[in-house]
Design a protein around this ligand. Sequence first.
Ligand SMILES: Cc1cc2nc3c(=O)[nH]c(=O)nc-3n(C[C@H](O)[C@H](O)[C@H](O)COP(=O)(O)OP(=O)(O)OC[C@H]3O[C@@H](n4cnc5c(N)ncnc54)[C@H](O)[C@@H]3O)c2cc1C
Length: 643
Amino acid sequence: MRLDPKIPSGPLEQKWDTRGFEYHLVNPANRRKYTVLVIGTGLAGASAAATLGELGYNVKIFCLQDSPRRAHSIAAQGGINAAKNYQNDGDSVFRLFHDTIKGGDFRSREANVYRLAQLSNLIIDQCVAQGIPFAREYGGTLANRSFGGAQVSRTFYARGQTGQQLLLGAYSSLMRQVARGTVTLFPRRELMDIIVEDGRAVGILCRNLISGLAEAYNGHGVVLATGGYGNVFHLSTNAMASNVSAGYRAFKKGAGFANPCFVQIHPTCIPVSGSHQSKLTLMSESLRNDGRVWVPKKQGDAREPTAIPEDERDYYLERKYPSFGNLVPRDIASRSAKEVCDQQRGVSETGQAVYLDFQDAIRREGLETIRQKYGNLFQMYQKITAVNPESQPMMIYPAVHYTMGGLWVDYNLMTTIPGLFAIGEVNFSDHGANRLGASALMQGLADGYFVIPPAMGDYLARLGPVELPAINSPAFKEAEETLSRQTAALLKNSGSKKKGLRTVEHYHRELGKTLWDNCGISRNRRGLEVALARIPEIRAEFWDNCVVPGSGSEFNQSLEKAGRVADYLEFSEIMVRDALERKESCGCHLREESMSADNEAQRDDDNFSHVAVWFSQDDGKNASMEREELSFEMSKPSTRNYK
Ligand SMILES: Cc1cc2nc3c(=O)[nH]c(=O)nc-3n(C[C@H](O)[C@H](O)[C@H](O)COP(=O)(O)OP(=O)(O)OC[C@H]3O[C@@H](n4cnc5c(N)ncnc54)[C@H](O)[C@@H]3O)c2cc1C
């Protein structure tokens, strides 16, 4: 069976302990005989490589950037969840598990989510021991704040720079291993292919981004920690280098890709202001602890926000969802923003924005307190928009932010290719159809620090002492030939005077617009069919008329981008097919045909309580779908109600 989730037997609370005992171990003296390749140095990859190195494995780690510290994880602002219950406000491992399962709209695997909640507390201990400067209360205990989808305060934070501080911790641990000689660092490398021999992953092919040359590396196990694919939409809050390529190329080599249409759209981002933009900026969800979201009650009200009296404002989240108010989960807040803008009540010149207002909080707590909580976020907003949120409300609008879809993995985080593991955002993860805020950092570090080390050990112990294939074996050679064919095809218009040539950016923008319009905040059959017809057209135009300057044997960022866009142009079709196939609404996935009488998303548990896993046929074309059915022992699927 291709989709055996390998969930341990026994009660939910004991499954991880049970599995820990079932895992085979590699004797410490034998660990150096095994080479593990880790691709990605974000929180997931850096924590995995540091821990595997500490255990004594021979680790090689690769990343696109010049330094591991530039991984996208550094951008994470708001915080990381854990069930410490320091606030004594009713939190527990079970509550964190329950909130996460419910937040994901009952489309994730119970056993994985329970393990995540259990490991959350160990992460905080480990990070504090590393010296991460988490915010503290007056008495010295760690401070917490609230995030969407929870009624307890369980989010640990370091101002608005939590990802940066956590990554510095993981990076320090990683560099300690580099100094010890257990980990070798390969920056400026892009994974171009996974090498599979005798049915298992045995290596990778990279492009050296400085010299342009292909480089092959062999290993006993391969771990992908290459992040999410939100940039398929062209505009997103992700770092410019985030991409789908590593995951997609694994898919082409036989790895199942789960729920590709589950894309989180974050409600609090700086709105699009024109076609010149190549990226959008997130305003952390933590701002919704104190900021109140509103629009004018009247359509087309063009007055300055401060000139609109209280009784002419619609605090629509507080009105519609009195229990959770401004802290409803992201999918609900995003849809509600779109709804009021569709009613012509949006603000800004485009009408595609809502207000996030801090005046009440400033009056209540004082400006100094609010500055302490959000100072750097306010500065960032002011730098970008020239508006000071201390005196005027911010303007925000939803933007693509995170991908819950990703490579399918079993309980041990192994993909459907033996020996190929996926951790962090690149796997389909524990977040179901909607990730709650502050839980991606938790998952990436749980995977990297705590799950992959024993899971990889088990795989290697069962594999035994095997020789690595030579890097000039037929499988490596074939991958190299495929790569040079693709590079030649991408460069074919370099230096050409042909009419109608366009840049890579042009095709990326075209694809992004098609996806945003038809497979964005809400989706319907007609729109998805339009996208399915348009994507192959854009792809054909791209291969005919895209111009990539320079050559393949030098530093060439246009070529890098072209390769990633080529992958988006294939992958997006599977994403849209997945959205079309899932006729229910759930979490981030709002199918307009599946709404309740009061205009809320309506799940269809009878027909869609499954993970949809796509498999490649014929080099990525004609993908077919298989299902992993989900079952719930401890949490009873119910209608999500945040009212
Ligand atoms: C603006 C922003 C704010 C966020 N804030 C929060 C928050 O407060 N709390 C929270 O929980 N989550 C937050 N998230 C989500 C969270 O930051 C990410 O999900 C998480 O950091 C992903 O970590 P990762 O290790 O899986 O991947 P990444 O950090 O994306 O790292 C990917 C790594 O893979 C490498 N790579 C990628 N492709 C290749 C390739 N083909 N070859 C070689 N190397 C490759 C990259 O170089 C990089 O080193 C935020 C996200 C954004 C966009």
